[in-house]
Design a protein around this ligand. Structure first.
Ligand code: SF4
Ligand code: SF4
Length: 77
């Protein structure tokens, strides 16, 4: 399975939770601190290590918080 990771611009996040509900791997969680807007910004739970870089979170986020990176699986032969 492909591996992905995220750049999360936490200061843009308004904590709506759309991405948390939409992530098929359930690796997004609400952070414990407040951002400059007064919301709990989303963060990637790195311990789960299941982000596939599918991009669903970026599609559903209305505030352009995510940049998604997906590792290449390499050549198949
Ligand atoms: S890229 Fe896909 S798997 Fe990774 S956090 Fe976003 S929705 Fe979840
Ligand atoms: S969808 Fe965007 S604004 Fe809403 S919680 Fe997720 S990152 Fe934050």
């Amino acid at each position: 399975m492909a591996q992905g990771t995220l750049l999360i611009q936490t200061d843009r996040c308004k904590g709506c939770g759309l991405c948390i509900r939409a992530c098929p791997q359930q690796v997004l969680v609400a952070g414990q601190h407040l951002n400059a807007l007064g919301y709990q910004p989303v963060q990637l739970d790195e311990a789960l290590r299941r982000c596939t870089g599918c991009g669903v979170c970026a599609w559903v986020c209305p505030d352009l918080v995510f940049t998604v990176y997906r590792e290449s699986a390499g050549r198949a032969g």
